[in-house]
Structures are given as structure tokens and as C-alpha cells.
Ligand binder design. Structure first.
Ligand code: PLP
Length: 396
């Protein structure tokens, strides 16, 4: 009989006491540093999944850790009923990196909450109820957001669904025109559909959406919970060339925004913010000092370390090296939101890579392996990954 390790003990405790709602990898995370995750048994994993797209600045970036520690010494929390330097600085910093038209921030705690508030603002601003979202988009698990999620089983889990949701096909502007009547408050989309297997539309699609929204008085919402805060090699998909420079009326954010401290946000135009009155939106923890310190430090760390340029350079290197792997038939996405398409199922590749101590992600497209690494990933770490991928593919 082999001796029980520290990791074994933790696994059995968690399985005994935590609701079994997640399919977990056999990894017990203890410590992180940049792109590396260390387990309780002292093993080291290359994290190309970034803790579920959250560790944008890498695990435990020292600038972020210091900011959180300093804030913790001063004040852990006070709500939005008082002013705070931490909140003022975070809002200013976030708005300063956003497209110019997005001039105000509303802070909350998660991606789903940001989307719920974005849809609410659109309904308030237009006096209409319906929201168009797209097949394959994922927007969260609270009632309104899951009802907006036309992907796999999610709407089914979320039953009874909230009324006021209409579906269109991603990339197909005619399917949007067909449902965009004067009952529609908003069109909301993941500009790159992540969970669906990293699906992007043509730049002209985003432009056509903007034109349709302008013509019919509809609010355009980009759910940038995954694409935002640097993941595509730009601060946001909004305003980027991949989206033909289109700026939506609302951008929602979470994931990488706080480097792991829970925080979500909506960035909105003056036109939307002018329609929102006192008490229309609110949340106890949104805008709390710890989260705000993490937001400012996250954005500063990205600037200090020139992470956007790094994402672009390392993406180019990765794409070049992936040409050597014949089993990879296509590479989808942008920056560090990439989908590697295989001719066959991707899950065995994900599992074999895990055996090689490399963490990747799957998606709802069985042939697509997702990479969502920290923005500090370097070329030599990409080489480690591609070498391991070649080995794994040769063995299968
Ligand atoms: C695009 C997108 N929107 C919304 C969400 C929901 O975010 P959260 O889990 O923080 O509620 C997610 C989470 O995976 C997401 O990927």
C-alpha cells in the first residue's frame, strides 16, 4: 500500500465536504508564480489555462500582491455609501484604458452580475424588454444571464427561463435583422465566443451590428468577461481592428480584471449613464477596497511589464511553432484566447498534456483545445508546450 500524500488528503476532504458540481483535474494547487502552478506535493505545472482565464497578470504578480497587502492593512471594505481613494483610482484607471466613448464604470463582483446589470441598464435606457443574444454565447449562470445563454444545456439548467430573450446566429447579420424589432433593448455578444470553441466573426459583422443598433435605437453590449483586459493583445476587443474599430455602448468585464480577487465591471457611454439614476443598480460588495486595489494594480502591472506587446509577440511565436504540429488543423482566436482545432477529439490531448504537467482547457466543441495563459507567458515556455504537444500527438 502506498502512503497517502498531502494532496490525497486534501482531495478526499474536498470531495467529502464540497458539493460535487465541478469536474476537477487531479491537481492540488498550493502556490503560483507567473505561468507556473505548484502543487501540495511539490510538482510544477505550466498553466496555459490561467486559472480559468483569471490570472492575466500571472499567478501572484508582486505588484498586485503588494497592493492587496497594503490595502488590507488600511481598510478591507466599505460600501458605495462612502467615497474611497481606492475606488476613485480604479475607476479612473479603467476608464483611461477603455475606448474613449466608455466614460463611466459600475463595479460588481462577477461576470454574470456585470451582464445582468448591463441588460438592466439597456432596458432602463430604452424602455424596451427584449435582448438578442447568439447561439454559442455564454453569459453566466444567474437567472437573466443563463436565459441569455444559448449554448448546450445552460438554458435548460436555468429553467424557468426569464422572459425577454431572443436568439440569433453569430456572424449572420440577417438572422439578427430578422428579430431586431422595436421590442429589442439590447444586442449582447461575446465578441469572440470562448466556451463555444473560440469562434470569431468577420470584422464586417461587428460593424453591421453597430449600424443596426444605431438605426433601431438598440444598445450594443460586448460581454468582454474573457476578451477584456488584455487577453486579445489589446486592452479590449471593443475598438480593436478585429472588430473593425466598433465601440459598443456597454462593455462587461470580470475574470482577469482583479488578477484573482473577485471583481466585475460595466463600462458605459455617457448616453447610457445619463439614463441611470440613484438606486437603479447596486450591490454590497461591488467597488470594495480590496477589489479596487487589485484592479488598479492589475492594470498598472500590465503597463509596467508591457504585457499587451508580449501577448502579441508570443502569440505570433506560438502560431508559427504550431505549424509543426500536423494534428492541429486550425488555430482560432486572437492573442491569448486561442482554440487549437484537431481533426479528432481534443479531450485525450488535454489529458495527455496534463500527464506532462501542462494545464490546458477544453470547450463545448469536442475538437477544440483552449489556451488562456497568463499574459507573461514567454517564448521558451511556448516551446516547452509545443514540444510536449508533438510528443503527445505522436503517441496517440
Ligand atoms: C464570456 C463570459 N461571460 C460571463 C461569464 C460569467 O462570469 P462569472 O463566472 O464570473 O459569473 C463567463 C464565465 O466563464 C464568461 O466566459
Amino acid at each position: 500500500m502506498t502512503a497517502e500524500t498531502k494532496s490525497d488528503k486534501i482531495v478526499s476532504l474536498e470531495e467529502q465536504y464540497q458539493l460535487a458540481t465541478y469536474k476537477k483535474m487531479p491537481v492540488v494547487a498550493e502556490r503560483g508564480e507567473g505561468v507556473w502552478l505548484f502543487t501540495s506535493d511539490g510538482e510544477r505545472y505550466l498553466d496555459l489555462y490561467g486559472g480559468h482565464a483569471v490570472a492575466g497578470t500571472g499567478h501572484c504578480h508582486p505588484h498586485v500582491v503588494n497592493a492587496i497587502k497594503n490595502q488590507a492593512d488600511r481598510l478591507l471594505f466599505y460600501s458605495n455609501l462612502v467615497y474611497s481613494e481606492a475606488r476613485a483610482r480604479a475607476a479612473e484607471k479603467l476608464v483611461s484604458v477603455a475606448p474613449e466613448s466608455l466614460s463611466k464604470a459600475f463595479f460588481c463582483n462577477s461576470g454574470t452580475e456585470a451582464n445582468e446589470n448591463a441588460m438592466r441598464m439597456a432596458r432602463m435606457a430604452t424602455g424596451r424588454e427584449n435582448v438578442i443574444t447568439f447561439g454559442g454565447g455564454f453569459h453566466g449562470r444567474t437567472a437573466d444571464a443563463i436565459s441569455a445563454t444559448f449554448l448546450g444545456k445552460y438554458r435548460e439548467i436555468g429553467k424557468p427561463n426569464v422572459p425577454g430573450h431572443l436568439k440569433a446566429e453569430f456572424g449572420d447579420i440577417e438572422s439578427v435583422r430578422a428579430v431586431a424589432d422595436d421590442s429589442v433593448a439590447a444586442i449582447m455578444l461575446e465578441p469572440i465566443q470562448s466556451m463555444a470553441g473560440i469562434k470569431m466573426a468577420e470584422p464586417s459583422f461587428y460593424r453591421a451590428l453597430r449600424q443596426l443598433c444605431d438605426a433601431r435605437g438598440i444598445v450594443l453590449i460586448y460581454d468582454e468577461v474573457q476578451t477584456g483586459v488584455g487577453r486579445t493583445g489589446e486592452w479590449f476587443f471593443a475598438g480593436s481592428d478585429a472588430g473593425d474599430g466598433v465601440a459598443p455602448d456597454i462593455v462587461t468585464l470580470a475574470k482577469a480584471l482583479g488578477s484573482g480577487i473577485p471583481v466585475g465591471a460595466c463600462l458605459v457611454t455617457e448616453k447610457i449613464s445619463s439614463q441611470i439614476k440613484e438606486n437603479d443598480l447596486g450591490t454590497t460588495f461591488g467597488g470594495g477596497m480590496m477589489a479596487m486595489a487589485a484592479v488598479t494594480a492589475t492594470l498598472e502591472a500590465m503597463e509596467n511589464d508591457e504585457m499587451l506587446a508580449n501577448v502579441r509577440a508570443v502569440e505570433a511565436h506560438l502560431r508559427e511553432r504550431l505549424k509543426e504540429v500536423e494534428q492541429v488543423v486550425a488555430v482560432h482566436g486572437k492573442g491569448f484566447l486561442l482554440g487549437l482545432e484537431f481533426a479528432d477529439k481534443a479531450k485525450p490531448v488535454h489529458e495527455a498534456l496534463l500527464d506532462q504537467k501542462i494545464i490546458t482547457g477544453t470547450s463545448s466543441d469536442p475538437r477544440v483545445l483552449r489556451l488562456l495563459p497568463p499574459f507573461c507567458l514567454q517564448k521558451d515556455e511556448v516551446d516547452l508546450f509545443v514540444d510536449a504537444l508533438q510528443k503527445v500527438c505522436a503517441q496517440s
